[in-house]
Design a protein around this ligand. Structure first.
Ligand code: RIB
Ligand code: NA
Length: 309
């Protein structure tokens, strides 16, 4: 069966504590709530695309442990194809320790574990499905050479590539830019990748232009409540796409909701202008910040206004 969106990426179990504020080094503070959720940037993005109606497949590795088996069931519950999800006894399922303060801000430590053991062999098994997909989506929570290899395979088969350099690394291989139809990062990732400060819409435009020059077909710099800035090689003038104002409860994974929505729009409305896809993806992500957790807060098609489809 053919899929619209393939994600080659990570799965993490999110261990989340809600606290009044983020603790300082050496400090112990009381939190008010703890919960376990399904996270990881790759899986989050895949689940959001699936909830909007994309046929999706996940290429990832989890541990041969309770968390990994649970995660596979979560994919099934979200109608994500698990044919390319493998389990290993060599490492634990990835885990993310997350602290969310009352302002909805977060601090996260990830231990990628099994994610780092996703290798060439597993990617090879997914090659034909990937080559037939409409969109490939990759991030940086697995070995970066596997992400790059996936982008290359997709490009060779004329599959649209969306790359989200998160979490950002300073010495990103230059081929990531050349293999990206859409290179989409947030303000702090744009800062790290360009070495310039990104504190305003204007700054985001400048950083976006610098990233575009490295060879991407398009760049999106997301700016949280300020929406995003879109640049295309065919139209390098930075275009600011503002978004609606909402009261954030938990912004964890909002970027992933945006990415998953973007992949959905690319697959289902390939001729829609990128600015319009970005505007709609922002509205989907805005829903996610209004409730706690990552995937638990991602909307389904039925929860959203008909104008978004
Ligand atoms: O982007 C949010 C995600 O980052 C969380 O779900 C957590 O697992 C970390 O990987
Ligand atoms: Na949320």
């Amino acid at each position: 069966e053919e899929v619209d969106v393939v994600v080659v990426g990570s799965c993490m179990t999110d261990l989340v504590s809600q606290t009044p504020r983020l603790p300082k080094a050496g400090e112990t503070i009381h939190g008010h709530k703890f919960f376990i959720g399904f996270g990881g940037k790759g899986a989050n993005q895949c689940v959001q695309a699936a909830r909007l109606g994309a046929k999706t497949a996940m290429v990832c590795k989890v541990g041969k442990d309770f968390f990994g088996s649970n995660y596979i069931q979560n994919f099934k519950d979200n109608a994500v194809c698990t044919a390319f999800v493998t389990q290993t006894a060599e490492a634990m399922t990835g885990a993310a320790s997350i602290i969310v303060n009352d302002a909805g801000e977060n601090a996260i430590v990830i231990v990628a574990g099994a994610n780092m053991l996703l290798g060439e062999e597993e990617l090879e098994q997914a090659r034909s499905a990937l080559a037939k997909a409409k969109v490939l989506l990759c991030q940086l929570e697995i070995s970066s050479h596997i992400s790059l290899q996936a982008l290359r395979i997709a490009r060779q088969s004329n599959v649209k590539t969306i790359f989200n350099p998160a979490p950002a690394i300073p010495d990103l291989h230059t081929d990531f830019y050349r293999e990206s139809d859409i290179f989409c990062c947030n303000e702090s990732e744009a800062e790290l990748l360009t070495g310039t400060r990104v504190a305003s819409v204007n700054d985001a435009g400048h950083a976006g232009l610098e990233l575009l020059k490295r060879g991407c077909a398009a760049v999106i710099v997301t700016l949280g409540p300020q929406g995003c800035v879109v640049l295309q090689a065919s139209n390098p003038n930075p275009k600011h796409i503002p978004t609606t104002k909402v009261t954030p409860v938990d912004t964890t994974g909002a970027g992933d909701s945006f990415m998953g929505a973007l992949a959905f729009y690319m697959a289902h409305y390939p001729s829609m202008p990128l600015e319009e896809m970005s505007r709609r993806a922002n509205l989907v992500a805005a829903v996610s910040v209004q409730s706690i957790g990552t995937q638990t807060s991602y909307p389904f098609k039925k929860d959203l206004a008909a104008e978004l489809f």
